[in-house]
Design a protein around this ligand. Structure first.
Ligand code: NAD
Length: 417
């Protein structure tokens, strides 16, 4: 069976689905690994490293013509989809719950689609396959560096001959995987860190990292299914926003990561909360997406400086900005998913398996994933191909904060990282 690693097609995407280190594991399982020319360049893995690891380099046409399985990080663009043929399998972060029509398109082409974002994350044997977690870890780490760079002061307490600098007060809103990594990273940089989440279980996790948990006087307990949060009611949301505003105003840096599966990201930092922050404060909105973000006035992929001097960074695809580490982790995740589906050197689709039931989206000409087919039955077919909105910090899209904005304040131009 030929397994191909493609060069990512999303603009600015620097990750690669498989790194040279993982190639021998696939070869030992009887698989032949083909790598599209230059696929690893953005993550600093030259073609020569893949050859040394036992892979062959192929040009785009040969690769699509001969591959049985195609490994990708984000979903392929329309041109790449056009090259797929019936019987091929695509494995990647295909975001079928964000764009179920894409899953239908692959099914209609006879392509088997396997999406790592559907993995049952709480299964212990799936831990090594959890790309949402591995990429959220990278994103949480990088969000802190992006904030530190934009912040005009130090993060740590510094006592020097020229005076004492107080540590930055940093607040993380949403303390799932990315938020906890942001807390750990900000603590290592010396900031004074607080965290807040609607899931009661997160209090202990925040405190175990040495940060302070922010308790609201109108506490909302919004633990949903599978360890995720549920969407708040309008009343709960209003109370939360009003009370959080006071905490936000007392912080120099705020990083937001809040997500609710299948819903638009909740708004946690209102325009009033931003207006109450001191000049020089920085907000990184990891929830920024085409669906709206956690912060009023954030624009995905852009930096806005408000009239009161608050820098709002609409972070987008942060994992791509730490491409080597993100690719290393993703490569282990995707190879584990692939090997879980291989029997005697061939792909064996079996949706009675817990893991496959979560990740196999399309097979045999049908959309087989129940949640995706449900969405499709509720939707009209899309009129024209549309790019998927980038999920927080981990999805397809351009680099993190490259562009400028004219909305909501002065514009700051900034190169991607
Ligand atoms: P996520 O990306 O879905 O959301 C990020 C955080 O935002 C979550 O902690 C969520 O509670 C929080 N949030 C949502 N709405 C909010 C609101 N209105 N106000 C404040 N915070 C809000 O979450 P995630 O990082 O993917 O993690 C989700 C859960 O899954 C966590 O409980 C995590 O520990 C768990 N998880 C478990 C495993 C495992 O068992 N191996 C692996 C990964 C994640």
């Amino acid at each position: 069976m030929k397994v191909a690693v493609v060069k990512e097609s999303a603009p600015g995407e620097r990750r690669v689905a498989l790194v040279p280190e993982t190639v021998p594991r696939l070869v030992q399982a009887g698989l032949e690994v083909l790598v599209e020319e230059g696929a690893g360049d953005g993550a600093w893995f030259p073609d020569s490293a893949y050859i040394a690891a036992g892979a062959a380099i192929a040009n785009t046409a040969d690769l699509y013509a001969t591959a049985d399985v195609i490994l990708t990080v984000t979903r392929p663009d329309e041109a790449s989809v056009g090259k797929l043929r019936a019987g091929q399998t695509v494995i990647g972060m295909l975001a079928p719950l964000i764009d179920p029509q894409f899953a239908r398109e692959l099914a209609e082409r006879g392509v088997t689609a396997v999406s790592l974002d559907g993995l049952p994350r709480t299964l212990s044997r799936a831990q090594g396959m959890d790309a949402l977690t591995s990429q959220a870890n990278v994103a949480g780490y990088k969000a802190v560096l992006v904030a530190a760079e934009a912040y005009g002061r130090f993060f740590p307490l510094l006592i020097t001959a020229a005076g004492t600098a107080r540590p930055a007060k940093l607040l993380v809103l949403g303390t799932g995987v990315a938020g906890l990594q942001a807390i750990g990273t900000a603590r290592r940089l010396g900031a004074q860190v607080s965290g807040y989440d609607v899931r009661p279980a997160s209090k202990g996790e925040v405190e175990s990292l040495g940060a302070t948990f922010v308790e609201l006087t109108s506490p909302v307990s919004a633990a949903g299914e599978g360890g995720y949060a549920r969407e708040l009611t309008a009343e709960e949301r209003d109370a939360q926003q009003a009370e959080l505003a006071g905490h936000i105003a007392r912080h120099d840096v705020v990083i937001t990561t809040a997500q609710v599966p299948g819903r638009r990201p909740p708004l946690l930092v209102t325009a009033d909360a931003v207006a109450a922050m001191a000049a020089g404060s920085v907000i990184v909105d990891m929830g920024a997406s085409a669906l709206g973000g956690n912060v009023a006035g954030s624009v995905p992929g852009q930096i806005v400086v408000t009239p009161n001097g608050v820098t709002i960074i609409g972070a987008q695809n942060l994992p791509s900005t730490v491409p080597t580490a993100a690719s290393n982790a993703y490569s282990r995740n995707i190879s584990a998913v692939l090997l879980n589906m291989v029997t005697d050197g061939a792909l064996s689709i079996d949706t009675t398996d817990d893991i496959q039931a979560g990740v196999v989206v399309a097979h045999g000409g049908e959309v087989v994933h129940p949640a995706v087919s449900k969405l499709l039955s509720e939707q009209q077919p899309r009129p024209a191909p549309a790019p998927a909105p980038a999920p927080a910090g981990a999805g397809p899209g351009a680099s993190d904060v490259p562009a400028t904005s004219t909305e909501g304040g002065t514009v700051v131009d900034r190169a991607g990282h």
